[in-house]
Design a protein around this ligand. Structure first.
Ligand code: HEM
Length: 601
């Protein structure tokens, strides 16, 4: 028997192979490879699943209530979180917890694998953040979002890199530094200036309060870190004066009254030219004002956090320009501090003593005079100046908006509860006197001993923790102690790679933990109360907030000084819903404007 193809000339065979047969063979090959890949993938998945089920069974775990979430429903969930009409926390998330229980899981539609576990159980939070801390890590969304502004640092790292960063930074948050509240005086005066002169009736004009507090915290924090304030208050005052002058100039100019088919002729030409002028004026402001640049950078960061895996979509010229400005600002201070440290070391060597005891050439000033703030302390530990800049920028991000937003919430709550405002003011006047008749200095110790003030601040951060929703990922198969089974009492197995999200905002408002008035602002609830893991405004465990005492002291100081000066506050914005849109921290939904009445006493 002869095989027909053997008799064919080679060229003919080649011709056959190079056309359809090659194509079909390639297709078969691709299909086989794909099937093989999928089979291996499936086998691994099935084996891993069985391993996890065995782990869950051995540890007597049970599933929490499960909500099926598909890709589409995931997008719709994200969309609702950003755009739903009510409050994201009060309405949308609260309803989910109400319907599905204090611990529930979002699962994949076909495989039934858990994607995310949501919990508001203090026991679970304690396990993740403290007792089984090493079984969890920070998700990578944070470093991705923050990278263009500040790279790696204590706030975004995990494992050894985090513990190294934390140990270096922690040393700088000494009580000695925090006690120095007198340094805040100049910044509080800036708040008064921003609120403006009182009118004849004693009331200041209406002002949006959050930007004023944002500038206060930025200026105070930059002074703490760099030894020199970013002077964002001064920049804002200059901008305000400029805008006022421009407005006056424009309204008095004859050309403003003439309209042409191309628009009206204004001071800077046609209106469109005027807009272009505004654009460039704003961008040149970015170049000159650290505060504006910092704001723009953080808005982008927040958007990147919101976008999750699509973080890279939030980018652009403004963002990069703002990042550049922010970094240049920090670098200039770091360079100065580094040069100073080098000079100090050289002089100390000449004088034959330690850097701490060496003096300048005139023998007057100590060289290690901390005039460069926290960076002068960190400079020796960070030979890499970019790493130092990253670290310091992370502290700025961690501390600025959080403290400013909490101060704003404090005023909103005090204004809405006049009896609490009066009780607080009375306590402060008894402790410190009024602004014109002080009886005791506003010191760290005095602030701490004003119990009602402490209760007010604790209650504000209970109701409005600025980090309302947080998450960790499991690094290996592990267990949450509670939330599984029909009664929610069984342990819950968590597979490696699963996200566990904890909703601090709603945990702080659980009626079974805080009483039937848990949604109310009642500082008196803190009388004799020692909160446990049901209260974590500053996080807890090894990664607890490093700036907690710093922030609490700063907030207590500002509230005290403001209530010594003003005896009434009034807000024109009644609707103070939550906003978790562009910024990830909890800020009021509508810009809240306040007026303050200067006290006569
Ligand atoms: C009301 C004000 C503040 C609140 C509510 C607050 C809250 C928090 C929370 C919830 C975390 C945990 C974040 C996480 O790991 O997922 C945290 C961490 C941190 N906070 Fe604060 N914070 C405030 C002010 C500050 C200030 C003023 C600073 C510094 C100047 C600061 C520095 C830090 C740092 C460095 C961490 C990271 C700690 C670590 O990972 O080891 N915070 N803060």
């Amino acid at each position: 028997m002869t095989l027909p193809f053997l008799e064919q000339p080679f060229a003919e065979i080649k011709g056959n192979w190079s056309s359809e047969s090659i194509r079909s063979a390639s297709l078969v090959f691709i299909l086989l490879t794909f099937t093989l890949y999928k089979t291996i993938h499936f086998t691994q998945w099935a084996r891993r699943r069985q391993q996890f089920l065995d782990f869950a069974r051995t540890n007597n775990c049970a599933n929490p209530p499960r909500i099926t979430g598909s890709f589409i429903s995931g997008i719709s969930h994200k969309w609702k979180r950003l755009h739903q009409p009510g409050d994201m926390f009060n309405d949308y998330m609260n309803n989910i917890f109400h319907d599905s229980g204090p611990t529930h899981a979002i699962v994949e539609p076909f495989t039934g694998d858990t994607k995310t576990i949501y919990t508001i159980e203090p026991e679970n939070v304690k396990t993740m953040l403290s007792t089984k801390f090493s079984n969890y890590y920070r998700p990578k969304t944070m470093p991705n979002a923050l990278n263009p502004v500040m790279g790696q640092g204590v706030f975004t790292s995990n494992g050894a890199a985090w513990s190294h960063s934390r140990s270096l930074v922690r040393a700088q948050f000494s009580t000695k530094r925090i006690r120095n509240v007198a340094k805040l005086d100049v910044h509080v005066r800036n708040i008064y200036e921003a609120l403006g002169e009182e009118l004849e009736d004693g009331w200041t004009e209406e002002q949006e309060i959050l930007p004023i507090f944002n500038r206060f915290t930025l200026d105070a924090a930059t002074e703490f870190m760099f030894g020199t304030s970013a002077e964002s208050h001064e920049a804002a005052m200059r901008e305000k004066a400029l805008l006022k002058a421009r407005k006056e100039e424009q309204s008095s100019h004859w050309s403003q009254r003439f309209w042409t088919p191309l628009g009206y002729i204004g001071q800077s030409g046609f209106s469109s030219v005027g807009q272009a002028h505004d654009f460039w004026a704003r961008n040149s402001l970015i170049m000159s004002d650290f505060g504006t640049a910092f704001d723009i950078a953080l808005d982008y960061v927040a958007l990147r956090l919101k976008l999750g895996r699509l973080w890279f979509l939030a980018d652009g010229f403004s963002f990069r320009l703002a990042c550049h400005k922010v970094k240049t600002f920090a670098d200039s201070y770091i360079q100065d501090a580094a040069a100073h440290a080098d000079a100090a070391k050289a002089t100390a060597r000449k004088q034959g003593m330690s850097k701490k005891n060496a003096t300048d050439v005139n023998g007057l000033e100590p060289l290690d005079d901390r005039r460069y703030g926290l960076i002068s302390e960190l400079i020796d530990s960070y030979p890499d100046k970019v790493a130092l800049r990253n670290q310091v920028m992370q502290l700025l991000v961690a501390g600025r908006d959080t403290t400013a937003a909490t101060l704003t919430w404090s005023l909103i709550l005090l204004e809405a509860h006049p009896h609490i405002f009066s009780r607080l003011r009375k306590a402060l006047l008894e402790g410190f006197g009024s602004e014109s008749k002080p009886i005791a200095p506003v010191t760290f110790e005095n602030l701490r001993s004003c119990i009602y003030l402490q209760w007010v601040v604790s209650e504000v951060v209970r109701l409005y923790p600025t980090g309302p929703l947080n998450a960790r990922k499991a690094s290996n198969d592990t267990i949450l102690p509670i939330g599984g089974g029909p009664d929610g009492k069984a342990p819950v197995a968590v597979k490696a790679g699963t996200t566990v999200a904890y909703n601090t905002y709603l945990m702080h408002r659980r009626e079974d933990l805080w009483g039937s008035d848990s949604w109310e602002f009642r500082p008196e609830r803190w009388e004799g109360k020692k909160a446990g893991w049901e209260y974590i405004p500053f996080h807890g465990g090894p990664q607890t907030c490093l700036g907690q005492q710093h922030a609490l002291t700063e907030m207590a100081y500002v509230l005290t000084r403001m209530l010594q000066r003003y005896d009434r506050i009034s807000s024109s914005t009644r609707e103070t819903n939550l906003k978790n849109g562009i910024r990830t921290i909890l800020v009021p939904k509508h810009s809240v404007c306040f007026q303050f009445r200067r006290s006569a006493d």
